[in-house]
Every structure is written in structure tokens, then in C-alpha cells.
Design a protein around this ligand. Structure first.
Ligand code: FNR
Length: 405
């Protein structure tokens, strides 16, 4: 463990620092509980940006169930077993990481904070948390990659409806030194998002977070200009609108991207085991089991419910998981169900809103500390141990409240 040199060397040492500071009269700058963090973020964010981050698809059923699904599992506490050191390390494509979490791609970091992409990259790198960098960013991917030097960073591709632009994005990511490509496939078109519709607002329609497009000659061609300087705001937005997504994107397109690189290739947005299998047949190296945090399709199936079957469908291949992770306990549960790594979405975005890089770092450290301490208290020294024994399905009752989660 390398995260905090002081103390026992476990991620949970983070709480010792908080208590120690308290003796000197210093309390944490940022909220520890997710609900408080989200409320603070709502306070500081422009209402239309908060709506974009917090809102989901339709009445929010899937978004809520993503979170509640974690309550359908309970961790069985074991006692009197040595857990002096907890090993939360995971291996992905031959590399070992001390932290089992990763930063999920979020396309509006630059609207949440002026330097949101870079602040997030720096914070994640400081804590040792790998990151997936969205196509939608306020600075070109080359700058984000540089801000995450030394850290594992994958480029997340939203396949555009233009072959040349798509190829450029992939080759730029390779040249910039990204460690792999993640194709997000659940956004061939934008879902029905009442929170945004109520405000008649989409951040990209304000020209926000389009730097990867506006810095690319293929995009200039589509806009009918010869340089970035010639892109008027209207041209920028209209061209992005026209070419952002490709509803015809299918496995043949995946083959073309596969043929471009030997870097690890993942597909994000898979919940059906059949699709996971097809992806592997097309040479994809790993799956991100995710329903986009319930932002795309509404309909009730929580992503966590799909995880075990997806893992079973692609033995020997990594299956990353995101959607609904709010606490360190959720991280432990997803790992116990077999996820190779667990993605953090909205929580770190709220951290970014309230405190820039420091806020992101705080959120990541809290998640890791809680995951570690949960394992410590329940006497599990490793993820393997908790996979073997730690999780039970439990009955629970919940009422869908249409609250933001
Ligand atoms: C996302 N997500 C996302 N995914 C992706 O592949 N590319 C992207 O650009 C974005 N953008 C984005 C914006 C915002 C505001 C959110 C909240 C999410 C989805 C993201 O990677 C992840 O799947 C979800 O955030 C997981 O759900 P929770 O845990 O945040 O509810």
C-alpha cells in the first residue's frame, strides 16, 4: 500500500488524519456524506449544470435503482481474523493498482469547474486512481493525458458520425499516450432527460466541453472551415450536434477501431451478457458494465443486477463496473460480486464542484478509506477473501421516491 505513508499503510488511515486535525480545531472542508456533498454542489453550481449532472433519464427510476440495488446485498462480518493489512489491489491488463476504483468518464467536468478535466486528472493521479477521460472535455485530450502523467488513463470515445473524425480521435489518443480506448456504446442518441429539458439546456449547446472536436481538422472540415479560429460558436454547436453520435454504430465499426490499435480496447455501456460475449468475439479486451448512471435509458434494471451475468459471459476478461456507487461499502460489494475495478461517477463530480482538485481528492480518499475500514472491521484482508465468502443477498423493501441520487 502506498497511499499514505504514515500510520498502518491502509487507506483507512485517512480517518486518523481527520481526527488528529480535529484536536487542533480543524474539521474537514468538504462533506463526507454523499447527500450533503450533492447539496453543497447544488449550492455552488449553476442550476442548469447541476440539473445536467444530477438528473437522469425519465422519472429517474433506473438511476435510483442503481443506487438501491446495493442494498440488496449485505456483507457478512467475520471475526477474530488477522486483517492488520488490507489488500485492495487489483490487476488490469497486467498492471497492478493499489486502488480498486477508477474515475468514470464525465463529459462536463469543464462546465462544473473552469479547469475541471485537469483538476480531476491531477487529483486522481495524486491518489493513484486510474481514470477514463471523456470525449467531451474543455481541453484537448493531449492536455488531460499530460496532467495524468504516470497514471493509467484510457480515452473514452463517443463514436462520432464521421469516419475520419472517429479515426482522428483514436489516433490522437494513441499519440497522446493513453493506455487504452473505451468506446461508449449506450449513447448513440441522447436519452430523455426531463431535468435538462425543463431548463431547455444542454451544456454542449453553449459550446462547453467541445475542445476535442474544435481542435481537430476533421471537425473543421465538417464545419466548412480551415482552422479552429474560423469556428464561430454557431458553427461549432451545429456541427457538433450533427456529428456527435452515430446511431448506425455497430460491431463493424468496432472492428475498424480494433484494427487501429493493439492497446486495450473496452466497451462501456454493456449490461446484456450476450453483448459482452459478442464484444469479445470482435476482439474487445474488456467490458465496462454500466447503464450510464441511469442517464440514458430509463426502465428499471439496475446495472448491479447485470454484473454477475456479464462477468460469467466473458471468463478471463476484465469487467469494470459503474452506476450507482455512492459509498466505500458499495465499492466493496461490487468487488465482491466480481468487478475487476469499480467506477466512481457523480460523487467525484460533486467533489470537483465544491473544491476543485482538492474536492475530488477528498471524495476518492473517503471512498477508499470507507472500503478499507469496512473490510478491516469485517475481518477481510483481501478482495479474494470477500469474494469467497463475504456477500449475501438480502430481502429489502423500497419505495421509488423519484428523488435525485
Ligand atoms: C456521465 N457519463 C459519461 N459516460 C461516458 O462514457 N462519457 C461521458 O462523457 C459521460 N458523461 C457523463 C456526464 C455526467 C454528468 C454523468 C453523471 C455521467 C456516465 C459515467 O461515466 C458513469 O457511467 C455514471 O456516472 C455512473 O453512474 P453514477 O454512479 O454517477 O450514478
Amino acid at each position: 500500500m502506498s497511499v499514505d505513508a504514515a500510520g498502518s499503510g491502509n487507506f483507512g488511515d485517512f480517518q486518523d488524519g481527520i481526527y488528529a486535525a480535529g484536536v487542533g480545531g480543524v474539521q474537514p472542508r468538504f462533506p463526507l456524506l454523499y447527500g450533503d456533498l450533492r447539496n453543497r454542489a447544488q449550492h455552488v453550481l449553476d442550476a442548469r449544470i447541476f440539473a445536467y449532472v444530477a438528473g437522469g433519464s425519465g422519472n429517474g427510476l433506473t438511476q435510483t435503482k442503481n443506487v438501491e440495488a446495493f442494498q440488496t446485498y449485505g456483507i457478512v462480518p467475520r471475526m477474530l481474523r488477522d486483517r492488520t493489512t488490507r489488500d485492495l489491489s487489483v490487476t488490469l491488463f497486467g498492471r497492478t493498482f493499489d486502488t480498486p476504483i477508477y474515475v468514470a468518464p464525465v463529459g462536463v467536468l469543464g462546465a462544473v469547474h473552469p479547469d475541471g478535466d485537469l483538476e480531476t486528472a491531477k487529483a486522481a493521479t495524486k491518489v493513484g486512481v486510474p481514470l477514463l477521460c471523456s470525449t467531451l472535455s474543455a481541453c484537448p485530450m493531449e492536455e488531460t493525458r499530460a496532467a495524468a502523467a504516470g497514471n493509467l488513463a484510457f480515452f473514452q470515445l463517443y463514436p462520432p458520425a464521421d469516419a475520419e473524425l472517429s479515426e482522428h480521435f483514436v489516433s490522437r489518443a494513441i499519440d497522446a499516450g493513453f493506455d487504452g480506448i473505451v468506446i461508449t456504446v449506450d449513447t448513440g442518441q441522447l436519452g430523455w432527460r426531463p431535468h435538462d429539458l425543463q431548463k431547455a439546456s444542454l451544456p454542449m449547446h453553449y459550446g462547453q466541453c467541445l475542445a476535442n472536436y474544435t481542435s481537430d481538422p476533421a471537425f473543421w472540415r465538417l464545419a466548412g472551415v480551415n482552422s479552429e479560429a474560423e469556428l464561430t460558436i454557431d458553427k461549432k454547436i451545429a456541427t457538433w450536434d450533427r456529428y456527435f453520435s452515430d446511431p448506425t454504430f455497430s460491431w463493424g465499426h468496432v472492428d475498424k477501431i480494433r484494427a487501429m490499435t493493439d492497446l486495450p480496447l473496452l466497451i462501456k455501456g454493456i449490461c446484456a451478457p450476450e453483448d459482452a460475449r459478442i464484444a469479445i468475439d470482435h476482439g474487445v479486451d474488456g467490458i465496462v458494465c454500466s447503464n450510464h448512471g441511469g442517464r440514458q435509458a430509463n426502465g428499471g434494471l439496475p446495472a448491479l443486477e447485470s454484473l454477475a451475468a456479464v462477468i460469467e459471459a466473458v471468463p478471463g476478461h476484465p469487467v469494470l463496473f459503474d452506476s450507482g456507487v455512492r459509498t466505500g461499502v458499495d465499492v466493496v460489494k461490487a468487488l465482491a460480486l466480481g468487478a475487476t475495478m469499480v467506477g466512481v461517477g457523480r460523487p467525484y463530480v460533486y467533489g470537483l464542484a465544491v473544491g476543485g482538485a482538492e474536492g475530488v481528492e477528498f471524495v476518492l480518499r473517503c471512498l477508499l478509506a470507507e472500503a478499507d475500514l469496512t473490510m478491516g472491521v469485517d475481518c477481510y484482508a483481501s478482495i479474494a477473501e470477500i469474494r469467497d465468502y463475504g456477500l449475501r443477498r438480502v430481502e429489502y423493501l423500497s419505495t421509488h421516491t423519484n428523488r435525485l441520487v
